[in-house]
Design a protein around this ligand. Structure first.
Ligand code: PBE
Length: 266
């Protein structure tokens, strides 16, 4: 079909995720920068976006979603990113670990593990795919740790065990962050911590760690996706650097769609 028809095929709608996601803010900017005035970015949730994508894919129907890597959807479906010649979505990013001030002094063991935590997009995707295929989040994390004992040992080597000290991990229910937060929870529990996962909206996640209500988060996509949250809360946060390198965000469509660039949406 000619590219001009794509808008009509999908009702000029882009299926979004949670409001407040960096991906949503970037996509609003995309609509502006590329002059896509007649398009609507529909607020949704990560789970509902994935369900809509699955439905469309199974029926070979056109759909445009806000997507990101690592994500299990690329293992389940044949998908492509639309080119972003204006570079609104930024390039490759890193996911950073942020902790509250004082954690190093209060809980040096947890701090050391959080500081060392680093894995690959393939590692993260493995946990996400296991969850998508029906594993519980806890089981998927435990299975990954069992299969990657050498990596986990590097994070915990020489770290003193504790006796039930509490650690609160803030996260947003993005599939990627469900995977990473569960793995960190599992590893901290293996050295004696009592770990609670606190599911929050994006701004409260950053604010929760900044205020000290939560101890840590492993979900800061930088430098671009969460730039606005770092502007607001970064000063009171301790940045332990990247825990993963090589993410991507953008508009994602099934490979069977006849468009390649965001410019084709005009
Ligand atoms: N994501 C997954 C988040 C960061 C992690 C790309 C959906 C966001 O857009 O804020």
């Amino acid at each position: 079909e000619p590219p001009a028809a794509v808008g009509e095929q999908v009702g000029f709608e882009i299926v979004g995720i949670e409001p407040g996601a960096g991906l949503m803010m970037a996509t609003e900017e995309v609509l502006d920068v590329y002059g896509l005035e007649e398009w609507t970015l529909v607020e949704s949730s990560s789970a509902a976006m994935a369900a809509a994508l699955r439905r469309a894919y199974e029926n070979q129907e056109p759909i445009i979603v806000t997507g990101w890597t690592p994500h299990w959807k690329f293992a389940s479906f044949d998908l492509k990113y639309l080119d972003d010649p204006q570079g609104v979505y930024g390039g490759d990013e890193q996911v950073h670990t942020l902790v509250r001030e004082g954690l190093e002094a209060d809980e040096p063991s947890a701090f050391t593990v959080l500081d060392r935590f680093f894995w690959t997009p393939d590692d993260m995707a493995e946990v996400m795919v296991a969850i998508e295929e029906g594993s519980s989040e806890e089981q998927a994390a435990a299975d990954w740790a069992a299969a990657n004992q050498d990596t986990v040992n590097e994070w915990t080597e020489g770290v003193e065990e504790v006796d039930g000290n509490r650690i609160d991990l803030a996260f947003v229910a993005w599939d990627s962050e469900i995977a990473s937060t569960n793995v960190v929870k599992y590893v901290l529990e293996s050295i004696g911590y009592d770990v609670r996962m606190r599911q929050l909206e994006p701004a409260p996640m950053f604010q929760g760690v900044e205020s000290g209500e939560a101890d840590a988060m492993v979900a800061a996509w930088l430098p671009t996706t969460h730039e606005s949250y770092m502007d607001r809360f970064g000063e009171g946060l301790v940045d332990l650097g990247p825990n993963l390198d090589g993410t991507r965000i953008g508009l994602v469509v099934p490979a069977y769609m006849d468009i390649d660039s965001i410019e084709d949406l005009r």
